[in-house]
Structure formats: structure tokens, C-alpha cells
Design a protein. Structure first.
Ligand code: PLP
Length: 360
């Protein structure tokens, strides 16, 4: 058996070069005579790794100096709760824009803690679009506005950062971070679970403007307080050292690929190839409005749901893994994150064409 093209939505494929390097230095890392997993996070060597990975991420994303970069834990979902805990004030409500399952979940978690206003929602059209910015009912006095920049399940992506005036914009970028250049300064806080484009699950990257950290209340548990984590350089407690190490390797890999401009061009080409085929096939269908289709997650359906099982079985046997769509949507979903080469997308298109011909 050998490694196949893996279209998993997450945990997702990692670059093979990164896995090989981790394999090579698994037992003894960097002269430590032990694995990177087995040494103190407070050792000089690990702190150097932490600092270097932060520098690389800052360079890749061109993070402005007045933003703090954190490597935390709990998955993106914990931060659905931690964000309102830190940034919603008692006398203010918070605005959420619902464009799919993840923004819905984020709003639901916030509701347990604060007064949530739904500024816009595409639920009525089954999340096949992003409501036009002019139609959003934003509260200029809101503590923040929350969006999910890419909806991993529905395959809906903001291709431009919406202007929300002076209210801090918070973005869940779990499944789009590092897929193309991003203007960090348009957000007050960005957060991303690692398991799509950064590394293994459990690790969460948070990029937060320093003035926002001043809002963190003193009366919440320290472990949930972003300002406390920032003051301790993400080492308030033992960080996910293995995840952090792998993330560092992924950042190096991306720099070697030419950084985010190059990643963006590759990802645009991959998405164009797959959507182009789907739209012209007369067989497969993607339900999302064209202007907001995701470059990372491409859901599609076959003409009859009875064909799904055969499609999955045969694609898997051909070496195209994990194409089953999310249960909320059905059909198929191809996640084509940074680690998926265009050859993998071409192999998928070739299989899809062949399958359509045989099952017309
Ligand atoms: C995967 C994902 C999450 C959830 O991440 P967990 O690490 O499982 O908490 C949240 N938001 C988006 C956009 C995701 O793609």
C-alpha cells in the first residue's frame, strides 16, 4: 500500500515533505538526544522553535507589529466560547453573520454567555450564498462582529473581507488560513484550528490586535484569558509541543513553496480546475453561488443519491480518499487544502469523468 490523494476535510492531509522530516527526526530532534515531544517546553531549544515558528507565520501572513500571535489549544470550538468570554461586555451585544454550520455553532456557543444578534443569515437558502453586505443589520455599538471566513461544510468562502466599520471584526479562518494572502489588519482577531492548513488537530493559532487584549476581563479563569496567554507567550501551561513543532515545519514548507502568493495561485488553479469540470459535466452539481465558492472545500452531488456508494467505493479503490460529503449536506466533498497538489485534483477530475461516462 502507498499514500493516496487524501481529500479529508479535517484532520486533513499534511505535506509529504513535512511528514518525512518529522519521521527522520522523530527519535532525536535537533541534537536533544530525545524526541521534540519528550523535552521541556521551557528548554532553550523548544523556545527557539516556538520563536522561529512565530516569526515564520508572521512573515507568511505579513502580520502587523501591533498583533500578538498565540499557539493555543482546545480546537477552534473552544474559542467559539472563549471569544465572547473575553471580548463581549455586559452592556453590549455581539453580532454574528451566519453563512454555514461553523458560524452557526460559534453563535450558539456565544449565546450561552452573552446577547447574540444575528446580523445576517443565509440559512433560508440552505447556506448557498453570503448575504450581501448592504443587507446586514449591524449594530455600531456591538462588542464585535463574527464571521467564518470559509465554511468548511458548505464550501462557502468570503473572497473579500467585509467592511464592518469601527466594530472589531473576528474571523474563524480555520479552513482558509494560509491558502492565499490575507490582510490581517482588516481583522481584530483571527483564529484557526490547525488540522486543515497548519498541522495536527488540537493546536489553534490566534492572531489578535493588542488593543483588544486590554478588554480581557480579570474575573474569568486565567486559562481562558487571552491576555494571560499573551503575557506568557502561549506557555501559561504546557502547550501542544508536537503540534507546534509540526506547524513550524509546515510554515517552512510554505515559505519554500514561495509563500502565500504562490499558494494562492496554486489554490486558485486547483479550484478552477475542479469547479470548471463540475459545471461543464452536465452530471455533477455544486449548489453554491459562484462568487462565493470556496477554494478549499468543494461539495458536489451526483445526479442520483443511489450512485453515492459506488462513487465512494470506486474512488477510494483508485486512491482518492475521504470524498464523502458532510452528513448535513450529503453527496461528496473534496477538500483541496494547501497540501493537495494539482495532480491530485486532476486525478479526481479524471476519475469523475470516467465514472460519469460509465453511470450516465
Ligand atoms: C474544523 C473547523 C472548526 C472546528 O475545529 P475543532 O478543532 O474541531 O474545534 C471550526 N471552524 C471551522 C471553520 C472549521 O473548519
Amino acid at each position: 500500500m502507498s499514500r493516496a490523494y487524501n481529500f479529508s476535510a479535517g484532520p486533513a492531509a499534511l505535506p509529504e515533505d513535512v511528514l518525512r522530516q518529522a519521521q527522520t527526526e522523530l527519535l532525536e530532534w535537533n541534537g536533544a538526544r530525545a524526541s521534540v515531544m519528550e523535552i521541556s517546553h521551557r528548554s532553550k531549544a523548544f523556545i527557539a522553535l516556538a520563536e522561529e515558528s512565530e516569526r515564520d507565520l508572521r512573515e507568511l501572513l505579513d502580520v502587523p507589529a501591533n498583533y500578538t500571535v498565540l499557539f493555543l489549544q482546545g480546537g477552534a470550538s473552544q474559542h467559539f466560547a472563549q471569544i465572547p468570554m473575553n471580548f463581549a461586555r455586559r452592556d453590549q451585544s455581539v453580532d454574528y453573520v451566519l453563512t454555514g454550520d461553523w458560524s452557526e455553532k460559534a453563535a450558539k456557543e456565544a449565546k450561552a454567555l452573552t446577547n447574540v444578534r444575528i446580523a445576517a443569515t443565509a440559512a433560508v437558502t440552505n447556506y448557498d450564498r453570503i448575504p450581501p453586505r448592504e443587507e446586514w443589520d449591524l449594530d455600531p455599538g456591538a462588542a464585535y462582529v463574527h464571521i467564518a471566513a470559509n465554511e468548511t461544510i458548505r464550501g462557502v468562502e468570503f473572497h473579500e473581507v467585509p467592511d464592518v466599520g469601527n466594530v472589531p471584526l473576528i474571523g474563524d479562518v480555520s479552513s482558509t488560513i494560509l491558502s492565499r494572502p490575507l490582510d490581517v489588519s482588516k481583522y481584530a482577531l483571527l483564529y484557526a484550528g490547525a488540522q486543515k492548513n497548519i498541522g495536527p488537530s488540537g493546536l489553534v493559532a490566534v492572531i489578535v490586535r493588542e488593543d483588544l487584549l486590554e478588554r480581557c476581563p480579570k474575573d474569568i479563569p486565567r486559562i481562558f484569558n487571552y491576555a494571560e496567554h499573551a503575557a506568557k507567550n502561549s506557555m501559561l501551561n504546557t502547550p501542544n509541543t508536537w503540534g507546534w513543532y509540526l506547524a513550524g515545519l509546515v510554515f517552512k514548507w510554505m515559505k519554500a513553496q514561495g509563500g502565500l502568493a504562490a499558494m494562492g495561485e496554486r489554490n486558485r488553479a486547483k479550484a478552477n480546475l475542479l469547479y470548471g469540470y463540475i459545471d461543464n459535466s452536465g452530471y455533477y452539481r455544486n449548489p453554491v453561488e459562484r462568487s462565493v465558492r470556496s477554494w478549499m472545500n468543494v461539495p458536489f452531488t451526483l445526479p442520483r443519491a443511489e450512485l453515492d456508494e459506488a462513487f465512494l467505493k470506486e474512488s477510494n479503490a483508485t486512491g482518492l480518499l475521504a470524498l464523502k460529503g458532510h452528513r448535513a449536506v450529503g453527496g461528496m466533498r473534496a477538500s483541496i487544502y494547501n497540501a493537495m497538489p494539482i495532480e491530485g485534483v486532476q486525478a479526481l477530475v479524471d476519475f469523475m469523468r470516467d465514472f460519469a461516462q460509465r453511470n450516465g
